[in-house]
Design a protein around this ligand. Structure first.
Ligand SMILES: [Zn+2]
Length: 308
């Protein structure tokens, strides 16, 4: 299938075709004795992911684990559907996200407030998962992949308070979710992902520092794909956060409202991203995943509740 890419080490990148787009949101399958799916993508992507797993030889009773880096709907919206497709799979998530997978009503209500009419087309509906099948992770945790290989989870808040990074003991791959931002392989651009209500600069920088200290061999971005140049990429992640926060702080100090602050930050960061000078479709990917309105609103929200 053309949406499955082998990455070595029995790891396969799956393009979940989020909302019909290619190259926006990846899931990953780690094959082996205990196959593990990292990120489900959205609910509407679940059939795409199931087809990909089936071409990789993973049938309904074969998937051992589904783990999500956090419960935002582009990463975990398909958990309920995937859980029903794979009745033996254990669902693994940080403890701050677990109850929302069992009862998604509050999560869906707040997503509806943010996305309005676009919610259905972008994400579909997160279906509930039987709480007995959910394993909640604390600050650290381990997922057995078979033959002694493990995926170690590391709590990494900042983007979201229920975010974990996942380190593969065999390959040194680190699944970074959205904690290191959004990476566009077409252009090599990296943008921060700082949505409300959880974004916190100091906490986010702490998580990036933790990732660096884990000394991964490779970063696997949910948006999108593998990056081998680990130290400079993580440095860039931190730099991007500082720049967006500095600019948003300046706009706020000048008394700009949200719309004007977004316009100013968008204008002053434009030159940093080749994607915004490329075709419209590529620019649209950024707007969807780390849009200036969402990023600036998240930073404003953090500034509002953070004394200088
Ligand atoms: Zn995301």
């Amino acid at each position: 299938m053309d949406n499955v890419t082998p990455l070595g080490g029995d790891v396969y990148e799956i393009d979940t075709r989020m909302a019909g787009y290619s190259g926006i949101t990846a899931g990953y399958l780690i094959l082996g004795d205990r196959p593990c799916l990292v990120e489900t993508g959205t609910s509407t992507s679940a059939p795409v992911v199931r087809d990909a797993l089936s071409t990789l030889g993973v049938g309904p009773d074969d998937l051992a684990t589904v783990v999500v880096t956090h419960i935002h709907l582009d990463h975990a919206g398909g958990v309920g559907d995937i859980a029903s497709f794979y009745p033996s799979a254990e669902i693994v998530v940080h403890e701050k996200g677990a109850r929302h997978l069992a009862d998604p009503s509050r999560l869906m209500a707040s997503a509806k407030m943010v996305w309005g009419d676009k919610l259905d087309a972008l994400f579909g509906t997160l279906a509930p998962t039987d709480a007995a099948r959910i394993r909640a992770l604390g600050d650290t945790g381990t997922i057995a992949l078979g033959n002694g290989r493990t995926l170690a989870s590391h709590y990494s808040p900042g983007h979201a308070k229920h975010h974990v990074g996942l380190l593969d003991s065999l390959t040194g791959d680190l699944y970074v979710g959205d904690a290191a931002g959004v990476y566009l392989p077409e252009t090599g651009d990296l943008r921060p992902a700082t949505p409300p209500p959880d974004f916190d600069l100091d906490v986010a920088l702490g998580s990036i520092g933790l990732f660096a200290a884990l000394k991964p061999q490779r970063l696997l971005f949910s948006h999108y794909g593998p990056v081998e140049d680990v130290p400079s990429t993580l440095e860039r992640s931190a730099e991007e956060l500082r720049i967006w926060v500095d600019l948003t702080r300046r706009a706020r100090d000048e008394g700009l409202d949200l719309d004007h602050a977004v316009a100013m930050v968008r204008d002053r960061t434009r030159e940093r991203y080749a994607a915004l000078r490329a075709d419209e479709a590529t620019a649209e990917q950024f707007e969807l995943l780390s849009g200036a309105p969402s990023n600036v609103a998240g930073i404003m929200h953090w500034l509002d509740r953070t004394p200088r």
